[in-house]
Design a protein around this ligand. Structure first.
Ligand code: ADP
Length: 200
């Protein structure tokens, strides 16, 4: 089965693009959704995070305090690597298991930090959702109310626009309106169906 990795920076439009492919019937698995599932209360992965980062990252109700964990790893690359070493191999295992079960001409893995975490080998093709950084900042601001300085700090931890474009096979330019985005999704859908092996 043809496997596409969908990536892009914060606010570039990954979820919006993924939603349009879902409407076309394409199976999609999102690494962030898997990360949430793996860190639900009672999950062994959450216990491991508690053992490494301390009880301060667990809320009184037993759920992961994502904001507290984000604060710890944000300015501490070593802590960030420890967290990634816990999460990424497990996310990868679940993605591969899912790919083994899905039956469709092609499937999409949404991997926001594809380049940052060296997972480009998971897919046959890489689709980059592309947006100029100033527009990324504007859209994240209107979605979340984060201030511009905070968004710039997040952007600084992610691959640059140029790095993503250099590493991708296909690109969706999401600087236009939603109709323009949908037209590009449809064009790529047909490309991927053409590239896919017939289901047998
Ligand atoms: P990501 O998943 O990459 O963080 P989203 O898909 O959530 O990005 O998009 C970020 C924000 O921008 C959302 O509020 C979304 O509704 C909005 N958005 C996405 N594409 C467009 C577009 N073409 N025009 C205007 N707003 C958009």
């Amino acid at each position: 089965m043809l496997t596409i990795a969908l990536t892009g920076g914060i606010g570039s439009g990954k979820s919006t693009v993924a939603d349009r492919f879902t409407r076309l019937g394409v199976p999609i698995l999102d690494a962030d959704v898997l990360a949430h599932a793996l860190t639900a209360p009672g999950e062994p992965t959450l216990e491991e995070i508690r053992a490494v980062f301390g009880p301060g990252v667990i809320q009184p109700d037993g759920a992961l305090d994502r904001a507290a964990l984000r604060r710890i790893v944000f300015d501490d690359p070593a802590a960030r690597r420890r967290l990634e070493a816990i999460l990424h191999p497990r996310i990868r295992v679940r993605m591969l298991a899912w790919l083994g079960e899905v039956r469709a001409p092609y499937a999409i893995l949404v991997i926001p930090l594809l380049f940052e975490t060296g997972q480009s080998d998971l897919a046959d093709r890489i689709l980059v959702v592309d947006l100029p950084e100033d527009e990324q900042v504007r859209r994240v601001q209107s979605r979340s109310g984060l201030d511009a300085a905070e968004i710039h700090r997040i952007l600084a931890t992610q691959a640059s626009r140029a790095e993503r474009l250099a590493g991708g096979d296909d690109r969706i330019d999401n600087s236009g309106d939603l109709a323009a985005l949908e037209a590009q999704v449809k064009r790529l859908h047909h490309l991927y169906l053409d590239l896919a092996q017939p289901v047998g």
